[in-house]
Design a protein around this ligand. Structure first.
Ligand code: ADP
Length: 729
């Protein structure tokens, strides 16, 4: 580690203390190419081969030079995880900040941090809102940069990188990527050095299970018999257990993850010792303690038997418990959707890619996964230093499929990464932002900026970007978001606001239209519908039978919804309207204080989805509130109340109480029942009543009273009033 220079004193020794005694070859190559001296770099390296350390070295060196560093994470859920990992360098005087939460806020708070962790959406928004610290950046890291290929989120990452690089001269750009087909193009785009390697810290064997054997990439086969009535995956899991290993099984949906975990638990259970059962039971208890939802129970009962599932619908605490128990080798099989492959570092002896196809509505059926995705799953096989090697296996029961799988996933290279920027929704958003922030004041400046994107690097069709850009400008003009004359293009007041609010201009146009039509009949449900029908909200799907149900609700409640119902004959539009209504009724149930389990069951979603939807609604209603204010509309207050109700998940009478820190929807209801109806009641409340209503939890009662401004919140010698306890009614 002596070759490391330019870092704060003590860093190499600290890394050695963590077991990093020598750099991995791709890391050493990155250092040789100047990553600790401010050189830009694209590192295209397999999953789990130490990309994070390359980024850490670059950021530490930047901070040592007195600059700030920004780390762009691919998923919001990973921001906290990455930030806590970087916090281990705080002893070297470096401070870490995470940017989450509302898009518009917390720009300045971050100015004091040396390292900032955020999603590309958040960075984009901070730039739009004029965060001054951006100019003090010396280094930006883009984790999983191959995601610029993602149709939905890729363009924001692409434009954000282009914008930061246009704004800060000589900005060091460190882009981490899975192995892709065209890493050289990414490096050319970012004017960066390239480390393109397929080195791995542990040998990876890949293969396909077919029949009674595992066919491996080196041409050998290994007997792996499947018993009667057993699935191939079950046979592989059993075989791995006999070899004292764990298995990670990738499937294509949450429901499949849960189903497979349940079935594979039967296999694992047979191999457990009594001690293991006791330990697993205690993990299961922790899982049940997180929440009393059906998902929680399903997970706990699989974990008791040594298996688990992992998907984005799980609560964060559940995910962490599963990852921890898997790392501790208590849970021996995890069935996961691909989110686990994307970021969570939870390796296993064996990886089984059971589902290498996934349903794709746009393509109208099952489609094979990208090679890149499958390789990322493969990458989770083998724990360096613990396993002799890792093994990644695809499964087929079709003899003809065997060769096909080898050709597609084992011998072939991953696809090249392609920019998705030319899609209209993406350009609409980013063109407005580029104009509103003053990055471009004329059409030609706009095109010049777009020329710094990967799209421009890749496209041969010279006129295409210009012509889509012109369409987008015409749309923004027609909706009053930009003004054009001979001198150039400016954003209007509304256009500026839309850009800062970080909503798709089409969402803003829809909301403005609806808000102008809101009247005394408009209810919170109407506002939930308004935001649910914008392109920024993923609506719930209509399942069979839903069409009738929601058509009926629609005709009963059409007056409450601002805007005019589309005709039943315009198929697509009407369907969308109904799907928005279904989404809006979920919001309504949430604000009517229905239990999360009941909502989950009624709409066929997980607790994580309920939170996701209500968070999006809260954000969009916040945007609607600002737009209504800007346009001087009467509905501002009504929108604000609807927003707060979604935020807290309560009926109107609890709005004040639920806003007290530490209270929340359930506690607010219990306090209300005990006669404590608002913040000022709480400030003057009888402590025994409060303690009773909060189920005798002293610490909670004290912090809640303190938050409400109670003069003397200590509960030391207070006894809970049983009449106020939740079971009393
Ligand atoms: P990637 O980001 O490429 O998927 P990670 O950065 O998560 O991979 O690294 C995987 C694991 O390897 C981590 O647990 C990390 O601590 C460990 N690691 C990284 N570099 C080294 C090294 N040079 N020596 C030993 N372990 C390392």
């Amino acid at each position: 580690m002596t070759e490391l220079t330019g870092l704060p004193d003590g860093v190499p020794e600290h890394l050695e203390g963590e077991g990093i005694e020598a750099l991995y070859p791709p890391q050493a190559e990155a250092v040789e190419r100047g990553v600790t001296e401010g050189e830009s770099l694209v590192a295209s390296v397999p999953t789990a081969s130490g990309k994070t350390l390359i980024a850490e070295l670059a950021m530490l060196a930047a901070v040592e030079r007195g600059e700030k560093a920004l780390y762009i994470v691919p998923l919001r859920a990973l921001a906290g995880e990455k930030a806590s990992a970087f916090e281990r360098f705080e002893r070297f005087g470096l401070s870490v900040g995470v940017s989450t939460g509302n898009y518009e806020s917390d720009g300045e708070r971050l100015a004091n941090n040396d390292v900032i962790v955020a999603t590309s959406e958040k960075v984009d928004s901070l730039v739009r809102n004029g965060a001054a610290w951006v100019d003090r950046l010396g280094c930006v890291v883009a984790d999983e940069v191959h995601l610029v290929d993602d149709a939905h989120r890729g363009p924001t990452l692409e434009v954000t990188l282009a914008k930061l690089r246009a704004r800060v001269e000589d900005l060091q750009t460190v882009a981490l990527s899975a192995t892709v087909g065209n890493a050289d193009e990414l490096a050319a785009w970012l004017d960066a050095e390239l480390v393109d390697s397929d080195w791995r810290p542990i040998e990876l064997r890949t293969g396909v299970h077919y029949g009674q054997a595992l066919h491996l990439d080196d041409g050998t086969t290994k007997e792996l018999p499947v018993e009667r009535g057993e699935s191939q995956t079950a046979a592989i899991v059993r075989d791995t257990l006999h070899d004292d290993g764990s298995t990670l099984v990738f499937v294509n949906s949450r429901r499949n993850a849960e189903g497979a975990a349940k079935r594979l638990a039967a296999v694992v259970e047979k191999e457990l010792t009594d001690d293991q059962r006791v330990e697993l039971a205690s993990v299961a208890e922790e899982i049940r303690a997180v929440s009393d939802t059906e998902t929680s129970e399903t997970l706990a009962s699989a974990v008791e038997r040594g298996a688990a599932f992992h998907h984005a619908g799980l609560a964060k605490e559940h995910r962490e418990l599963v990852e921890g128990a898997f790392r501790d080798r208590l849970v021996r099989t995890v069935c996961a959707t691909p989110t686990l492959a994307a970021g969570v570092n939870t390796p296993a002896r064996r990886v089984v890619v059971r589902d290498w196809q996934r349903y794709d509505g746009d393509a109208g059926g099952m489609q094979p996964l990208d090679v890149l995705e499958v390789h990322q799953m493969f990458g989770r096989a083998g724990r360096p230093g613990l396993d002799p090697y890792g093994e990644a296996v695809l499964v087929t029961d079709d003899h003809d499929g065997l060769e096909g799988l080898f050709d597609k996933y084992i011998y072939a290279d991953p696809e090249p990464v392609r920019s998705k920027l030319a899609a209209e929704p993406a350009l609409r958003t980013h063109v407005l932002a580029t104009i509103a922030t003053g990055f471009a004041t004329t059409r030609s400046e706009l095109l010049e900026f777009l020329d710094g994107t990967l799209y421009a690097e890749q496209t041969d069709e010279a006129g295409r970007l210009a012509s889509v850009t012109d369409d987008v400008l015409a749309y923004l003009d027609a909706n009053g978001f930009v003004e054009r004359d001979d001198d150039g293009i400016r954003a209007s007041e509304t256009g500026h606001l839309v850009s800062r609010l970080y909503v798709d201009p089409m969402s803003a146009a829809e909301m403005i239209h609806g808000l102008r039509e809101a009247d005394a009949d408009t209810t919170p449900l109407g506002f939930y519908h308004l935001v649910s029908r914008t392109p920024d909200m993923y609506e719930l799907y209509l399942r069979s039978g839903d069409r009738e149900t929601y058509t009926e609700i629609l005709y009963e409640r059409a007056d409450e919804i601002p805007g005019s119902t589309p005709s039943e004959f315009s198929e697509g539009e009407f369907e969308d309207w109904l799907a928005a209504l279904k989404t809006a009724t979920l919001m309504e149930d949430w604000t009517e204080e229905l239990d999360e389990d009941r909502i989950a069951e009624r709409y066929g979603v997980g607790p994580g989805d309920i939170r996701g939807k209500t968070e999006t609604a809260e954000w969009l209603l916040g945007a609607a509130e600002r737009l209504a204010g800007e346009l001087d509309l009467d509905c501002v207050r009504a929108v604000r109340d609807a927003r707060k109700r979604v935020d807290y998940g309560v009926r109107e009478e609890l709005l004040d109480l639920a806003g007290v820190r530490g209270v929340g929807r359930k506690r607010a209801r219990r306090l209300y029942r005990a006669g404590v109806e608002d913040r000022s009641d709480l400030r003057n409340a009888d402590k025994a009543t409060v303690l009773g209503a909060l189920r005798g939890r002293r610490k909670t009662a004290e912090s809640v009273l303190a938050a409400a401004g109670h003069p003397n919140p200590e509960m030391d010698d207070v006894a809970a009033d049983p009449a106020a306890a939740p079971d009393a009614d």
